[in-house]
Design a protein around this ligand. Structure first.
Ligand SMILES: NC(=O)c1ccc[n+]([C@@H]2O[C@H](COP(=O)([O-])OP(=O)(O)OC[C@H]3O[C@@H](n4cnc5c(N)ncnc54)[C@H](OP(=O)(O)O)[C@@H]3O)[C@@H](O)[C@H]2O)c1
Length: 298
């Protein structure tokens, strides 16, 4: 089957060889298993070897057994992010413009009388345009690809939530926040503050990695005060992301938005804990004061 693990033995004739571990690509007998689909391990249950690994530095003798696993069809990260993020942008705008077949026909292409609805649309669109631009011009990803099947799961999540939130916020019967203008203004400040913070962290992470490399370093605060939160948390981009959605929840006072914020928070906490653990494992001198996502708490 395509997901079966097979193993093969390699005789290392020249111990100094710097050959990369893309055997099947070189053998050329199975062109469908292009290098990004290959997972090659020394132990069938162990971690996949890295693209940069060379035979010379592996803990093997003059012969070695490698285990190959097909990772399934791959799709580039950039394509994934563009699809995931362009969807919510377009879907939200369809509800905002009240295209036919969403609300009652008499509301087709009408606009809301509440200014907060227009502000919310600007904030939502800004958020996703920012993410699209960051994907194209800021992030330096270490993995070129991800399994194709993930895109269906991720798009269901992002597109589904965008539709659910947009349906209620742009609904002709939408009621604006209870504390009116003051609440919306405070929410906008929180939202913008966290958007700038999130962007600042993305720039700081980008600057940790020279172009074309995959190196990981300990992130530290830079001259930009928005990055000083690195003193207390390992993944402040998630902290700011959470803050942005809390701001958006306060602004719209809408239950599906609160729900999206909560689900996003749970997901980001799981990732932040994993990243925090890897930092501790990888760097002996990792600052002890840091928490994964919320200072001193989580
Ligand atoms: N609302 C939601 O539910 C939600 C969920 C997830 C993400 N997001 C948003 O999407 C953004 C990106 O998410 P992400 O999960 O990809 O963030 P991430 O893992 O923190 O990575 C952001 C970029 O920085 C790089 N990076 C991270 N740590 C590094 C280090 N120590 N040294 C060098 N480079 C490093 C990453 O490279 P690698 O390729 O090596 O990781 C990646 O290119 C988040 O910040 C957040 O704004 C939103």
């Amino acid at each position: 089957g395509s997901r079966a693990v097979v193993f093969f033995e390699v005789e290392i004739l020249d111990a100094k060889t710097k050959d990369k571990l893309c055997f099947l690509d070189k053998v050329g007998t199975h062109p469908q298993f292009y290098p990004a689909r290959q997972s090659i391990r020394l132990d069938p249950k162990g971690k996949s070897l890295k693209d940069e690994d060379v035979l010379q530095h592996l803990p093997v003798g003059t012969t070695a057994t490698f285990y190959f696993r097909d990772l399934g069809a791959q799709i580039s990260w950039v394509t994934v992010f563009l699809t995931e993020y362009a969807g919510p942008l377009v879907i939200y705008l369809m509800f905002y413009f009240r295209v036919p077949f969403i609300y009652a026909p008499k509301y087709d292409f009408t606009t809301s009388k509440h200014w907060v609805v227009h502000l919310a649309c600007m904030c939502h669109s800004f958020h996703y345009v920012k993410r699209l631009l960051e994907t194209l011009f800021v992030h330096r990803f270490s993995h070129g690809t991800m399994p194709l099947r993930n895109i269906f799961k991720n798009c269901t999540y992002y597109w589904g939530f965008a539709a659910w939130m947009a349906y209620y916020i742009n609904h002709p019967l939408y009621t604006p926040p209870i504390y009116g203008e003051q609440q919306v203004k405070l929410a906008l400040i929180i939202f913008l503050f966290c958007q700038i913070g999130n962007f600042s962290i993305h720039i700081a992470l980008r600057n940790l990695r020279p172009p074309g490399s995959k190196t990981r370093k300990i992130p530290y605060p830079t001259k930009n005060p928005f990055t000083w939160i690195f003193l207390l948390v390992s993944c402040p981009n998630y902290t700011y992301e959470l803050g942005s959605w809390l701001g958006f929840t306060l602004m719209t006072q809408c239950l599906p938005v609160a729900f999206f914020t909560m689900v996003g928070f749970i997901q980001m906490t799981v990732w932040a804990k994993g990243k925090h653990r890897s930092y501790l494992k990888e760097f002996r001198d990792y600052p002890t004061l840091r928490s994964p996502i919320l200072p001193f708490v989580l």
